[in-house]
Design a binder for this molecule. Structure first.
Ligand SMILES: Cc1ncc(COP(=O)(O)O)c(C=O)c1O
Length: 354
C-alpha cells in the first residue's frame, strides 16, 4: 500500500496524466486479483467503504430500483443488513425476518414458506459474525432462482476463510469487507450479477459504473487485493489449523466448566469462531476480569454494547446473552495461547463463584 499513499498519489479516475494512469492500473489489477479469487469477471466488482456500505447498496439499491414489494431476511443478520431493511420498511416495503432454529441455521423450507408473489429480494449472510454458523446458501439460492428472486449474501465473515464461489452458489449480490481478512479498514466491495438492477445511494463523479460515486482510495484497494491474495494462499491450511485450536479451546472449557454451553451449530461453521454462554454468570464481571488477558466481547462491535440480538434470537435470555463470550482465533494464535485463554476464563468464573 505504501507507494500509493506517497509516490503514486494520482487519482485513478484522472486518465490524462501518468500519475492518474499509474493509480488506475493499480486499481484495475487489484480488482482483477480479487475477482479472480471469486471466479467472476472484474467488472462485476464495485468498491465500497466496506461491507456496511455494500449491504446498503445491495438492499436499498435493489429494493428502490424495484419500487415496492416484499423483502426477506433473518433475525440473526448483522445490523448492517437489519438496519437498511428497517429503513426500507419505513419507505413502505414489507419485510419478513425468518427465525433460525436454536442452532442458528435456517431451513430452506422456512424460506420457501415465507416467499410471496411480491417477494423481490432475499438477504441471508454466508457466515454469522457472532456464532460462526454457515447458512445453506446453495439450497436457498435454488429456491430464489426458481422464483426469479434476487438473493443477496453478506459474506464479510466468509470471504478469505472458507471457499466462496458466488456463481456456483447462485448468489446475485455479495458483500465483502477487507478488514475481516487482515486487509485495511475502510474498503470492501459489492459483487453484482449482470442484469441485477440497483439504484445508487449517492451521485457524483460517475465512478464504479455510476453505482458508487466518489474518488477511489487506491492504497486501500491495493491493500485489499494483497490481503485477499495472502488469505487465499493459506486459507485451507489456516482453516484446518484453527479448527484444531478451536476444538482445543472448546474441549478445555467444557472439561473444566461443566455449565458452559456453545452457541450455534457445531457444523457447518467457521473454524476461527467459538461463542459460549456461562449461564448464571454476571456478564459485566466476566468481561472485567477477562479484560487484562483476552480481547473478547459478548457480541458484535457494531452493537454498541447492547446484549447480542443474535443470541437472543436463538432463545438466550438477556442475562445469558450478556454472560456470553465471542472468542475469535487468528492467523497467529498458538496452542499455548489457547491454554492461557482457557485458564483465564476458568479463573474468571471461579472468581465469581467464590
Ligand atoms: C457480517 C458482517 N457484515 C457487515 C459488517 C460490517 O463490515 P464493515 O466494517 O466493512 O462495514 C461486519 C463487520 O463487523 C460483519 O461481521
Amino acid at each position: 500500500m505504501a507507494p500509493y499513499w506517497s509516490d503514486h498519489w494520482g487519482n485513478p479516475s484522472s486518465r490524462q496524466h501518468r500519475q492518474g494512469l499509474t493509480a488506475a492500473a493499480a486499481v484495475a489489477l487489484a480488482r482483477r486479483q480479487i475477482a479472480e479469487t471469486l471466479g467472476v469477471d472484474s467488472d462485476r466488482l464495485i468498491f465500497t467503504s466496506g461491507a456496511t456500505e455494500a449491504n446498503n447498496l445491495a438492499l436499498l439499491g435493489h429494493a428502490r430500483a424495484q419500487g415496492c414489494g416484499h423483502l426477506i431476511s433473518v433475525t440473526t443478520e448483522h445490523h448492517a443488513v437489519l438496519d437498511p431493511l428497517a429503513q426500507l420498511q419505513r419507505e413502505g416495503f414489507q419485510v419478513s425476518l425468518l427465525e433460525p432454529q436454536p442452532d442458528g441455521l435456517i431451513k430452506p423450507s422456512q424460506l420457501a414458506a415465507a416467499i410471496t408473489p411480491e417477494t423481490r429480494l432475499v438477504s441471508v449472510m454466508a457466515a454469522n459474525n457472532e456464532i460462526g454458523v454457515l447458512q445453506p446458501l446453495k439450497e436457498l439460492a435454488a429456491i430464489c432462482r426458481d422464483r426469479e428472486i434476487v438473493l443477496h449474501s453478506d459474506a464479510a465473515q466468509a470471504f478469505g476463510h472458507i471457499p466462496l464461489e458466488p456463481d456456483n452458489l447462485g448468489l446475485d449480490l455479495v458483500s465483502l469487507s477487507a478488514h475481516k481478512l487482515y486487509g485495511p479498514k475502510g474498503i470492501g466491495a459489492l459483487l453484482i450479477r449482470e442484469g441485477v438492477r440497483l439504484q445508487p445511494l449517492q451521485w457524483g463523479g460517475g465512478q464504479e459504473a455510476d453505482l458508487r460515486a466518489g474518488t477511489l482510495p487506491t492504497p486501500l484497494i491495493v491493500g485489499f487485493a494483497a490481503a485477499v491474495q495472502e488469505a487465499m494462499a493459506d486459507r485451507d491450511e489456516r482453516h484446518t489449523r484453527l479448527a484444531g485450536l478451536r476444538d482445543q479451546l472448546w474441549n478445555g472449557l467444557n472439561d473444566q466448566l461443566p455449565a458452559v454451553e456453545r452457541n450455534g451449530a457445531a457444523a457447518p461453521r467457521l473454524a476461527h469462531n467459538l461463542n459460549i454462554t456461562l449461564p448464571g454468570m454476571s456478564g459485566s464481571r466476566l468481561h472485567r476480569s477477562l479484560r487484562p488477558h483476552l480481547a473478547c466481547s459478548s457480541g458484535s462491535a457494531c452493537s454498541n454494547g447492547a446484549p447480542s440480538h443474535v443470541l437472543q434470537a436463538l432463545g438466550r435470555s438477556r442475562a445469558d446473552a450478556e454472560a456470553s463470550l465471542r472468542l475469535s482465533l487468528g492467523r497467529g494464535t498458538t496452542p499455548a495461547e489457547i491454554e492461557q485463554a482457557i485458564a483465564s476464563i476458568v479463573e474468571a468464573v471461579a472468581a465469581q463463584q467464590s
